[in-house]
Ligand binder design. Structure first.
Ligand SMILES: Nc1ncnc2c1ncn2[C@@H]1O[C@H](COP(=O)(O)OP(=O)(O)OP(=O)(O)O)[C@@H](O)[C@H]1O
Ligand SMILES: [Mg+2]
Length: 313
């Protein structure tokens, strides 16, 4: 079982334009709203892989209803923490020549009472589960939520024997490491800003992920977009996965898809190389999908055969 926790969910709206003309009227050729926020993307990919994830998160207003109905429409189990504020919308503008612009709303302010309800619900779900779920904590934090909330939630999940996969950035990431997450997946920019160092090749990524492990995570990977990803375990083993050349729609959500692959493989106790291959295939398949988190099972299967996994010395 997977429990995907979304503190700052969204409706994703991908619009297509021939070209974005800043300061002008732009007419989109298509728009498709879908459940969004990183944890929803992870849940969607887990579902595609054949798992039965449960999404837990805040949702309010008409967009909140749209989010919940969208997840349920994908047969994803949902546990909503109803909020006074409205769920945000994240806009993704995809131009015909491939340029992608994202406009991300900050998200509604969460009250102390809403946060307490969320923590209590997570605790109940963990204590009632017949087998300990893998907990996925993904995304930015909305206003009203303490910056060290992920540390608190990691420690709570660990009390119940659950493993925690974490994907966030900036200060929330720094604070969360003290909670000792079982797996982290920053992308290149996030890992660079955490370390203050440039990552211009897989070996540099290996050095930074090793430092992140020293700071508290048990294992992790740094995703490098079209340059693949680097995985590192506590035992010192490091693997690189290549990324196939693709005719990309948009890569927004590819890191979330990769995290779903890692979590799925970990629960199946796959060998590291197979876990890394699946994660990279999920990330790449997301680039071909109609929206973030919508990677297709066939694309994942065929891309797995095209990905090279090798040991990093
Ligand atoms: N252009 C691309 N071509 C092929 N594969 C890609 C491409 N971009 C990403 N991938 C695959 O997806 C993985 C995750 O991508 P990326 O590093 O962009 O994640 P991210 O920045 O965390 O994304 P997000 O936060 O939007 O989910 C990469 O490690 C790679 O395996
Ligand atoms: Mg990411």
């Amino acid at each position: 079982m997977f429990l995907c926790v979304s503190l700052n969910p969204a409706i994703d709206r991908r619009v297509r334009l021939e070209r974005l003309r800043v300061g002008n009227v732009n007419r989109a050729s298509g728009a498709c709203p879908a459940p969004g926020g990183k944890a929803a993307h992870v849940a969607m990919v887990l579902k595609t892989l054949g798992a039965d994830p449960l999404w837990l998160g805040f949702a309010g207003g008409a967009t909140g209803r749209q989010l919940i109905e969208g997840l349920q429409g994908l047969s994803i189990r949902v546990h909503q923490i109803a909020t006074d504020g409205c769920t945000r919308t994240n806009l993704e503008i995809v131009e015909d020549e491939g340029c992608v612009t994202e406009i991300l709303e900050p998200g509604q302010r969460i009250s102390d009472e809403e946060l307490r309800r969320c923590e209590k619900t997570l605790k109940n779900l963990l204590s009632e589960a017949s087998e300990q779920p893998t907990v996925i904590l993904s995304g930015s934090l909305p206003e009203g939520v303490p910056v060290d909330i992920y540390k608190t939630l990691i420690e709570l999940a660990h009390e119940f024997g659950s493993r925690v996969f974490l994907d966030t950035s900036g200060e929330p990431f720094k604070f969360a490491l003290a909670g000792k997450p079982d797996f982290v997946k920053p992308n290149r920019g996030e890992a660079e800003s955490w370390s203050g160092q440039t990552i211009d090749n897989p070996t540099a990524a290996k050095g930074i992920i090793a430092a992140i492990l020293n700071a508290g995570a048990a294992a992790g990977a740094i995703s490098l977009g079209a340059a693949g990803l680097v995985w590192h375990s506590t035992s010192g083993e490091a693997l690189f996965a290549s990324a196939p050349e693709l005719s990309v729609q948009s890569c927004v959500g590819s890191g979330d898809a990769a995290l779903a692959g890692f979590a799925f493989a970990a629960q199946k106790r796959w060998p590291a190389a197979e876990a890394v291959r699946l994660a990279a295939a999920c990330g790449s398949a997301n680039c071909l999908a109609p929206g973030p988190g919508r990677a297709g099972a066939k694309d994942i299967a065929s891309l797995k055969d095209q990905i090279r996994v090798e040991t990093l010395a």
